[in-house]
Design a protein around this ligand. Structure first.
Ligand code: NAD
Length: 463
C-alpha cells in the first residue's frame, strides 16, 4: 500500500522546487527587507520565545535572552550590514599568462536547501542557519527537533508571518519525517546534530551528490597550565560548562590540568559551585533541565558506572529524575576507558584529569576524535603555542571559553568527526552560495596558443 503520510512534505518540496529560479533572482534589497521583517517579528515575540523555551527545558530567561535571542539578532544585524558586499562579484588577480583576461568570482544561490537542527539551542540554531540560507537567495525547508514542541510552535508562527511557504517552510517530526526529506533532492543540506546522525545525512546526500555542511559534536578538552589565576579560570569554566545545563556542543567536556595546582583547583570548584548555585542547586533559577528522560538516564548511567571505581567526587549531589535534574558534578581519577571519557558528555558532569607531564595530556586528546572546540588557559605564550601546535580542533578560545563562536569574523565548524564545512557570518553565507569561477578573454581567445596543429609555440605555452 502506498504511504501517503508525508504527501504534505512532498507538496512543500515541489512548491519550493518551482519557486527556486524566482527565488534566486530576488534582489539583495528584497532579501534585506525580509531579514528586517524577521528581526522585527522576533523582537515582537520575545516574551513568547522565553516562555516557550522555559516550558521545553526550564532554561533561564536570561540565558534565553542572551544565547538564543541576542545571538540571533546579532547574526541578522551582521547580515543586514554586510550582505550587499558579500553578494558582489569579486575580481581576482591575474598572472602574466592571463594578462589578456579578467577573472572573477560570482556568488550564486545554491537553490533548494534543507536545514536540520537539534534541540539544545532550539531557537538560535534554526534561526542563524536560516538567516544565512535566505540571505544567500535560497529556499529553505527547516526541520526542527521533535523534543522542543513549545518553541517550535513559536518559530512556526514567526516563519509564517515573514515568509511564504514556497520560500521557507517548517517540517516537524522524528526520524521518519527526516528520512523522507533526505530522500528528496536538495542543492544543499545543512545539518546540526550528533556525529552518528551526521553519517546518515552524509550517506543520504551522497545519492544525489548534494553539498553538505555538518555541524557535529564531540569531546572538547580544556588545557589548564599551572600559571593561571585559579579562581578566575574556574569561574569561567563553570559558566561554560553549566550554561544550558551542559547541553552545549562546545561546552568544556573534560579538563587536563597541571598537577601542581591540584589542591587549590579542587577547592575552587567546591567554592565556586556553592557561590553560583547555593547549597541546594535544584532550587537555583539559573540551571536549566535535562531535555528528557532518555538523556537523563544516559547521564546517570555514566555516574553509576563510576560508583565502584577509584573516582574521586569533588562536587556531587542528588539527582532527581522526575525533575530531570542532574546535580552539577565535578570528578577526578575517573578510569580513562569509562563511558564518561568515551562519549560526548553533553550534561553537567565534568571530569578533571591532573597531568604530571603535558605529553600525557596531549596523548589523551590525540587518542580521541578531533574535537569541535579546544580551550587553553595559560599566561605563558610558549605553553599556548605548544598546545596549539600539537593538537587540532574546529575552533579554539585561549584564556576564555566558547567565545570564538561569537566572533563575527571567525568561521564556526568542526573537523572530520566534529563537522565538515563552516557556518556563521560570511562563512555561513558562503556555505549556502556557490562560488562560481568566471574567466573572460578580453582581446582575443587566449586558448589560441593551444590550437591545432601543435607547434613550438604550443610547447612554450605548456612549458
Ligand atoms: P541528533 O543527531 O540526535 O538529532 C539532530 C537532528 O537529526 C534532529 O532534528 C533529529 O530529529 C534528527 N535525527 C535524529 N536521528 C535521525 C536519524 N536516524 N535519521 C535522520 N534524522 C535524525 O542530535 P541531538 O541529540 O538533537 O543534539 C545533540 C548533538 O548535536 C550533540 O552531539 C551536539 O554536540 C550536537 N550539536 C552540534 C552543534 C554544532 O553547531 N556543531 C550545535 C548543537 C548541537
Amino acid at each position: 500500500m502506498e504511504d501517503n503520510r508525508f504527501i504534505y512534505i512532498d507538496e512543500i518540496y515541489n512548491q519550493q522546487v518551482k519557486f527556486k529560479e524566482e527565488c534566486k533572482e530576488t534582489s539583495v534589497y528584497n532579501r534585506v527587507q525580509l531579514l528586517k521583517k524577521l528581526k522585527a517579528t522576533i523582537l515582537h515575540k520575545e516574551g513568547e520565545i522565553k516562555d516557550a523555551i522555559y516550558k521545553d527545558f526550564r532554561k533561564s530567561i536570561i540565558e534565553t535572552e542572551t544565547t538564543e535571542i541576542l545571538t540571533s539578532i546579532l547574526e541578522i544585524n551582521h547580515f543586514i550590514k554586510n550582505l550587499k558586499k558579500w553578494t558582489k562579484s569579486k575580481s581576482v588577480g591575474s598572472s602574466l599568462m592571463f594578462a589578456s583576461t579578467s577573472a572573477k568570482l560570482l556568488y550564486e544561490p545554491k537553490g533548494n536547501t534543507l536545514i536540520i537542527t537539534p534541540w539544545n539551542y532550539p531557537f538560535q540554531l534554526p534561526l542563524v542557519h536560516l538567516i544565512a540560507s535566505v540571505a544567500a537567495g535560497n529556499t529553505v525547508i527547516l526541520k526542527l527537533s521533535e523534543f522542543t514542541p513549545h518553541i517550535n510552535a513559536v518559530i512556526k508562527s514567526i516563519i509564517i508571518q515573514v515568509f511564504v511557504s514556497n520560500h521557507v517552510a517548517i517540517v516537524e517530526g522524528e526520524i521518519e519525517e527526516t528520512t523522507h526529506l533526505l530522500a528528496l533532492k536538495f542543492d544543499h543540506i545543512h545539518f546540526t546534530g550528533s556525529p552518528a546522525v551526521g553519517k546518515i545525512i552524509m550517506q543520504a546526500a551522497s545519492k544525489n551528490l548534494t553539498d553538505i555542511t555538518l555541524e557535529l559534536g564531540g569531546k572538547s578538552p580544556v588545557f589548564v597550565d599551572k600559571n593561571i589565576n585559579i579562581k578566575e579560570v574556574v569561574r569561567n569554566l563553570l559558566w561554560a560548562k553549566f550554561v544550558n545545563m551542559g547541553q552545549t556542543c562546545i561546552a568544556p567536556d573534560y579538563l587536563l590540568v597541571d598537577k601542581a595546582i591540584e589542591q587549590e583547583f579542587d577547592h575552587a570548584w567546591k567554592e565556586e559551585i556553592l557561590n553560583a548555585f547555593g547549597i541546594n542547586p535544584i532550587e537555583s533559577n539559573d540551571l536549566a533541565r535535562i531535555i528528557n528522560t532518555k538523556q537523563f538516564d544516559r547521564l546517570e548511567n555514566y555516574l553509576n558506572e563510576l560508583k565502584n571505581s577509584d573516582t574521586n567526587w569533588i562536587v556531587s549531589g542528588t539527582n532527581n529524575k522526575s525533575d530531570l535534574f542532574i546535580h552539577p558534578t565535578v570528578l577526578k581519577n575517573v578510569p580513562i576507558n569509562c563511558a564518561l571519557m568515551e562519549d560526548e558528555i553533553f550534561g553537567p558532569i565534568l571530569p578533571i584529569i591532573y597531568y604530571q607531564d603535558i605529553q600525557q595530556a596531549l596523548q589523551i586528546v590525540r587518542s580521541k576524535e578531533k574535537p569541535l572546540a579546544l580551550y587553553i588557559f595559560s599566561k605563558k605564550q610558549d605553553y599556548i603555542n605548544y598546545v596549539l601546535g600539537n593538537t587540532t580542533a574546529g575552533g579554539t578560545t585561549v584564556n576564555d571559553a566558547m567565545l570564538h563562536i561569537m566572533h563575527p569574523n571567525l568561521p564556526f565548524g568542526g573537523v572530520n568527526n566534529s563537522g565538515l564545512g563552516q557556518s556563521l557570518g560570511h562563512y555561513g553565507f558562503k556555505s549556502f552560495s556557490h562560488e562560481r569561477a568566471v574567466l573572460k578573454s578580453n582581446f582575443f581567445p587566449m586558448s589560441k596558443f593551444f590550437w591545432y596543429p601543435y607547434n613550438n609555440n604550443t610547447k612554450k605555452m605548456l612549458g
